[in-house]
Design a protein around this ligand. Structure first.
Ligand SMILES: NC(=O)c1ccc[n+]([C@@H]2O[C@H](COP(=O)([O-])OP(=O)(O)OC[C@H]3O[C@@H](n4cnc5c(N)ncnc54)[C@H](O)[C@@H]3O)[C@@H](O)[C@H]2O)c1
Length: 335
């Protein structure tokens, strides 16, 4: 049996996911594509032998589409995810679930009303071998419980333009999610600290940004978010535990030594660093649909918590104050 996937949004990541599904994910095929830019969708459709659809509704309701992958820009995710829920189709939605928490909440409410989980969030770091190995170090036989987690997330250039709120709702949302997952904990508060900006930061914006969060059990989470760092794409995570430390310094890059220099290259953007995580995430999704087992990875609830925490962080960006993160009760569907 094959899960026939329709992909909405065939830009950078949508094209990468569609090619992975077509060639590198067992049990999947790509049958339909839609992009606001119809020429772009048609080109990829010709490459993959899929149909280019006239709209996302047509793609979702197509009898040739068993499951949907949403990779359109952030502000369309919630609306398109709601349409997938209405059609009863399993959906992998790229992060964030929505830039605005109320839109993310509407998706959770629709899924709870439906009574079954259909949405998996594209927080692919949960599938990344580097983060998985890092988390394995926790516990009494390793570094103990995490006390302080230091994260850096650096892009070479701002992928969608430099807007400080977007740096949080689009980019630092990865750290918001992965640190909840790493610590198995919820946040109690968040504070965004702005300071001296880099040379490419436009007037009125802040880059880098520093996010400080504390979980309900007291773990301190720091995030340096630097979208216009110019150095390349780099994600690091260093954990101080009660019994030791663990560093996910540079993922799994090969280090070379030559001409009296030792080091490794950095990819220009995320597709290089997280190539395995994207493919493993898709394989996990398709595998669960084929077996009828539980969806792996992040849920719509995780997407909502991420969006809500990011919104509290944007509030802190504006006020400079520490902002409490208060979660509503978790619906039983996600327990
Ligand atoms: N998980 C990750 O690491 C990761 C990495 C990159 C991007 N993303 C997410 O994926 C999404 C797409 O990012 P990207 O870098 O591919 O952007 P992109 O700009 O390269 O591609 C977006 C595509 O969506 C199309 N589009 C615009 N409006 C649309 C609509 N209403 N319906 C369907 N398509 C529409 C555009 O024409 C474009 O082709 C974003 O939400 C981003 O946050 C996630």
């Amino acid at each position: 049996m094959t899960i026939r996937v329709g992909v909405i949004g065939t830009g950078n990541i949508g094209t990468s996911h569609a090619r992975d599904l077509a060639a590198r994910v067992a049990g999947a095929s790509v049958t339909a594509l839609y992009d606001f830019d119809t020429g772009r969708a048609a080109e990829l459709a010709a490459e993959l032998g899929a149909a280019a659809m006239p709209g996302y509704q047509e793609l979702i309701s197509s009898p040739d589409v068993d499951a949907v992958l949403i990779a359109s820009p952030d502000q369309f995710h919630a609306e398109q995810a709601l349409a997938c829920l209405a059609a009863g189709k399993p959906t992998m939605c790229e992060k964030p679930l929505a830039p605005v928490e109320e839109d993310a909440r509407a998706v959770v409410e629709a899924e709870v009303a439906l009574g079954r989980r259909l949405i998996m969030m594209g927080f692919m770091r949960r599938f990344d071998p580097g983060y998985l190995e890092l988390k394995e170090q926790f516990g009494p036989d390793g570094i103990g419980d995490p006390l302080i987690v230091r994260n850096a997330h650096r892009n070479e250039i701002a992928p969608y333009g430099l807007d400080s709120a977007l740096s949080i709702t689009n980019a630092a949302i990865h750290e918001i999610d992965i640190n909840r997952w790493l610590t198995d904990d919820e946040y109690a508060w968040v504070q965004v600290i702005t300071g001296r900006s880099g040379p490419l930061t436009p007037e009125g914006q802040h880059d880098p940004l520093f996010l400080l969060l504390q979980t309900t059990r007291g773990t301190i989470v720091e995030v340096e978010m630097f979208v216009q760092s110019q150095i390349g794409y780099e994600v690091t995570c260093d954990v101080t535990g009660g019994l030791g430390i663990a560093n996910m310094t540079d993922g799994r890059y090969v280090s070379t030594a030559a001409a009296r220099r030792r080091g490794h290259s950095l990819p220009p953007q995320w597709l290089g660093r997280f190539r395995d995580a994207y493919r493993l995430q898709l394989q996990g999704w398709i595998g669960s649909l084929l077996s009828g087992g539980d969806l792996p990875g992040a849920s719509a609830w995780d997407g909502y918590v991420g969006a809500m925490t990011a919104n509290r962080a944007v509030e802190s960006l504006r006020t400079g104050e520490r902002v409490p993160v208060v979660l509503p009760d978790r619906p039983a569907l996600y327990s």
